[in-house]
Design a protein around this ligand. Structure first.
Ligand SMILES: [Zn+2]
Length: 293
């Protein structure tokens, strides 16, 4: 939890949202099952189950009736506890629950942190389903769209929706301040001159390898690249060499969670009109870090 904001301020009742109207009939049942909700999301994203996917049920049972849904970037202990406090029983998380991509738990059988987290979910009858691959299949990518919306940048984004924005001119330092304010960040690591003039800014959410980051920042029309997760020896080191070569480039790091939590807020807004009678909220996981400044 970051101390600069109250998480409750950023939680919101998606039930009241008018952002996205459902284009398909809503589920008639007041209390659909976990399995019905999952099938519905799959049906509208990929159309049919993917042959290979990490989007599986991590805890709980598909036959349970849904009492309420929390969407989040990461089903942290705090998110599970807040879900229990609301009387909900279903968490839709973007990233793994047990700290590896496939949620393989065979190596954790004796691990006290794993055992404690699983017990917290199971004792409170919380179902956790990952929605990563399916959500990213939609075009334009709703995780990129969610971030652009959180920044107030929807109107600046190129029409193909890949996260390249033409913004009113701003310095790199002003850009960082905008991200801090809109995403509630304590700090934004940066490479580049603080007075660098930025007009064409590329957003990459989540974790991406170095090459796409480097290829984007190399484009002559891109002034600054804003990423979620990094390998510190790849994209940001390329940016450092570019700056030291005298090129006008900027590179900002948001962190994985702050870059993708808005996309899971967007999922709550998208799903809510389709499940009348089912309360749905977004509970941000927030960055795992605090900073000793
Ligand atoms: Zn993602």
């Amino acid at each position: 939890m970051q101390k600069t904001r109250s998480s409750s301020r950023r939680e919101f009742l998606a039930v009241t949202s008018t952002v996205l109207a459902a284009t398909v009939p809503s589920l008639a049942a007041e209390e659909p099952t976990i399995g019905q909700v999952i099938e519905r999301i799959i049906g509208q994203c990929a159309g049919k189950p993917l042959a290979q996917t990490v989007d599986t049920l991590k805890t709980g049972d598909p036959s349970w009736k849904v009492k309420g849904i929390s969407t989040t970037f990461m089903a942290t202990r705090e998110v599970i506890e807040k879900t229990v406090q609301r009387g909900f029983n279903f968490i839709i998380t973007h990233e793994p629950t047990f700290w590896n991509h496939t949620d393989d738990t065979s190596w954790l059988a004796q691990n006290p942190v794993y055992l404690s987290k699983r017990r917290l979910a199971e004792d409170n009858k919380i179902a956790i389903w990952r929605c990563h691959d399916y959500w990213h299949t939609l075009k334009p990518d709703p995780v990129v769209a969610g971030l652009a919306k959180a920044l107030g940048w929807e109107k600046y984004m190129d029409p193909e929706g890949r996260g390249i924005c033409t913004i009113p001119p701003a310095s790199l330092q002003e850009l960082a301040a905008h991200f801090k304010e809109k995403l509630g960040l304590q700090a934004v690591p940066a490479v580049g001159r603080k007075d660098l003039a930025c007009r064409r800014v590329a957003l990459i959410v989540g974790a991406s390898p170095g090459r796409p980051q480097i290829n984007l920042l190399s484009r002559p029309d891109i002034d600054a690249l804003v990423v979620g997760d990094i390998n510190e020896w790849e994209g940001c080191e390329f940016a450092r060499d570019a700056v030291q070569a005298g090129m006008g480039k900027g590179f900002l790091v948001l962190g994985h969670a702050p870059s993708e939590d808005p996309g899971m807020k967007y999922l709550a807004e998208w799903l809510s009109p389709q499940l009348p009678g089912v309360p749905i909220v977004h509970i941000p996981a927030n960055s795992p870090f605090h900073f000793f400044l």
